[in-house]
Design a protein around this ligand. Structure first.
Ligand code: SF4
Ligand code: FES
Length: 246
């Protein structure tokens, strides 16, 4: 395939940035989207140009590092798919593809397509620790957990912290991410002692980082590569309400 890529180039945080156009030939439908960018970057390096900076790590859909807005949609056109797991067979010869970074005040651009997502780390840090004793591996049946709760807690824990939910939200809200982190502990017995302190601290930190409020548009859950459901936010709000009542 031959493609035209319109890519956001920005030298550093202070630079205003601009869209730049590149032609790429010989793109195989079996390449991943990031491999296609690797091919472009190898060419740019050989030509003595600055390669396009983008985040990636596992390339297996599990680390949450990849973060591209492709044709206006975080992680691109395939549902429940990270950018690294998106394959070029979903595009066609002659396509013009726009590639931009996550755009949110709390995720400032560092360079090109790389944004600083350390605000998410600080939200997690604000959640603190659970006081459940650890030590050697406990007997699996020592603390009974209802199967439905275990399933929901596990589903919430699949959030990879990519930030697509923030990038898709018109308010740049981090509610789906924060709700996923709160839910996976809040549903389990081990998460109960600090449950209400945790939700208050994490939501306070979320606001302090400059993320917007949730207005129930649902764009977050539509782009989430892990399918974190919208009702996760309802769980957060229910815990926050209980916490505020003491
Ligand atoms: S909730 Fe989904 S979109 Fe948001 S950070 Fe977690 S995995 Fe990414
Ligand atoms: S690079 Fe790890 S999830 Fe995409």
């Amino acid at each position: 395939m031959k493609l035209t890529l319109k890519i956001w180039r920005q030298k550093n945080a202070a630079d205003g940035g601009r869209m730049a156009s590149y032609e790429v030939d010989d793109v195989s439908p079996d390449m991943s989207f990031l491999e296609m960018l690797d091919v472009l970057n190898e060419r740019l390096i050989l030509e003595g140009e600055d390669p396009v900076a983008f985040d990636h790590d596992c390339r297996e859909g599990i680390c949450g590092m990849c973060s591209l807005v492709i044709d206006g949609t975080p992680h691109g056109p395939e549902k429940a798919t990270t950018t690294c797991q998106l394959h070029m067979r979903h595009f066609k010869d002659g396509d013009v593809i726009t590639i931009e970074p996550w755009r949110a005040r709390a995720f400032p651009v560092i360079k090109d397509l790389v944004v600083d997502r350390s605000a998410f780390d600080r939200i997690i840090q604000a959640g603190g620790y659970v006081s459940a004793p650890t030590g050697s591996a406990p007997d699996a049946a020592a603390i009974p957990v209802p199967k439905a709760d275990a399933n929901d807690a596990f589903d919430a824990a699949t959030c990879i912290g990519c930030g697509a939910c923030v990038a898709a939200c018109p308010n740049a809200s981090a509610m789906l991410f924060t709700a996923a982190k709160i839910t996976h502990l809040g549903l389990l017995p081990q998460g109960q002692p600090e449950r209400y302190d945790r939700v208050t601290s994490m939501v306070d930190q979320m606001d302090a980082e400059g993320f917007g409020g949730c207005t129930n548009t649902g764009e977050c859950t539509a782009v989430c590569p892990k399918g974190i459901p919208f009702e996760t936010i309802s769980r957060l709000n229910a815990d926050l309400l209980k916490a505020s009542r003491g």
